[in-house]
Design a binder for this molecule. Structure first.
Ligand SMILES: Cc1cc2nc3c(=O)[nH]c(=O)nc-3n(C[C@H](O)[C@H](O)[C@H](O)COP(=O)(O)OP(=O)(O)OC[C@H]3O[C@@H](n4cnc5c(N)ncnc54)[C@H](O)[C@@H]3O)c2cc1C
Length: 357
């Protein structure tokens, strides 16, 4: 398959440091979130006559013997109560995503996350990963489940003003910063889960709102309309709207602005991310909570995207790519790196499955 640009994904100019990224090196497509990739790849699939079946479900992977031999194909639930066995020409590529939408599976590996919401679509259930384990495939890194701030408990929408992290601070219900906002996502997850009601508030000013809106404009305007995101002309007024102590919140923002001058943050925010003061009205804030977002654990693969079994051997004819794999990102996926992962290993898996090598 050609590169994402060649199939028609258009990118905005400029780079930025996404929440959970460690350096400013993120790019965004022209549209919102990941939709542009899906649209362009879907059109390309149509052009080359590749069918996309959305009501079929893989229920198991068929191997010559339960624990050994070549992978022959898959068992498919057709969605109408019938099942079929589909034989692979040369190989099967498992690309069924992670399991962050499966609360029981996540809870088994990290019980702290049981009651959290998820950012994922309902199909991120992990069942194909279980099918891989069922034919002796090795799963690794299953304890590493990434969370990000998203819809707070009891809310339907998200105050997403924390994507361009250099413009944003996170405050707890006491009106204090509690973590370096540019820290790794696992650090922010653990720090946020320790705050009162596990609910915190990103805060930015007018410049930060505009910058974040380059990425999440629609979502933020919806959140402003339905009482998830709030704006006010002073920090004290904003504090009242979100039920934070006004004096403490104003003092926190004042101290933060002084840190932008001194380039020193006791919580450890990097100099590069101490670049914008929160000074230009109106000011914005809204509640957010941690949500299960990305599962770093999954099927072990090698550099050819071949799936490895429990004895360290390649499972002939079985390839995997994307969030269904484990061990690619270690214990923490850096923000923006899933796209690199799915397209890089997706292409490698596809090429190898096509030749059966
Ligand atoms: C809200 C949100 C924002 C994100 N933003 C970014 C970002 O900015 N940058 C970044 O790099 N990453 C981002 N990510 C992470 C990234 O989108 C995912 O890691 C990536 O989409 C995983 O791709 P995938 O192809 O492996 O799986 P998916 O995109 O999850 O696709 C797997 C597909 O397989 C289907 N499936 C599952 N089980 C079966 C079955 N049994 N039979 C048939 N089909 C099945 C699923 O329904 C799904 O359609 C974001 C994720 C979310 C949820």
């Amino acid at each position: 398959m050609p590169s994402t640009q060649k199939v028609g994904v258009q990118f905005k100019p400029g780079i930025y440091q996404i929440y959970g990224g460690l350096w400013p090196r993120c790019r965004n497509p022209v549209g919102q979130s990941g939709g542009d990739y899906i649209k362009a790849c879907t059109q390309y699939a149509k052009k080359i006559g590749l069918p996309i079946l959305t009501s079929h479900k893989v229920t198991s992977i068929i191997r010559e013997k339960p624990d050994s031999g070549r992978v022959l194909g898959v068992e498919v639930d057709l969605g109408n109560g019938k099942k079929e066995y589909w034989k692979a020409n040369k190989g099967v590529v498992a690309a069924a995503g992670g399991f962050a939408a499966n609360p029981e599976m996540c809870a088994f590996f990290d019980p702290r996350l049981t009651k959290l919401n998820t950012t994922n679509q309902p199909g991120s259930t992990g069942e194909v990963l279980k099918a891989i384990q069922g034919i002796n495939g090795l799963a690794v890194g299953m304890d590493y489940i990434q969370c990000i701030p998203w819809t707070a408990p009891g809310y339907k929408h998200t105050a997403d003003i924390f994507q361009a992290i250099e413009y944003t601070v996170f405050l707890n219900k006491e009106g204090k910063r509690y973590v370096a906002e540019d820290a790794r996502r696992d650090v922010i997850r653990d720090a946020t889960l320790a705050q009162t009601d596990q609910t915190v508030f990103p805060v930015c000013d007018a410049d930060g709102f505009d910058k974040n809106n380059e990425y999440y404009n629609e979502m933020n305007h919806r959140a402003l309309e339905n009482g998830t995101l709030f704006k006010a002309d002073t920090i004290e007024e904003l504090a009242k709207l979100i039920n934070l102590p006004p004096k403490e919140m104003a003092q926190t923002i004042k101290e933060y602005n002084e840190m932008v001058d001194s380039k020193k943050d006791p919580l450890g925010r990097s100099e590069l991310m101490l670049s914008h003061k929160i000074v230009k009205a109106p000011f914005y804030a809204g509640p957010i909570g941690m949500c299960r977002h990305h599962t770093m654990g999954g099927a072990k693969i090698n550099t050819k995207a071949q799936v490895i079994d429990r004895d360290g051997q390649v499972i002939p004819g079985l390839y995997a790519a994307g969030e269904i794999t484990g061990g690619i990102h270690g214990s923490n996926r850096v923000g923006g790196n899933a796209i690199a992962d799915i397209f890089t290993f997706g292409r490698i898996a596809g090429e190898n499955a096509a030749t059966g090598s």
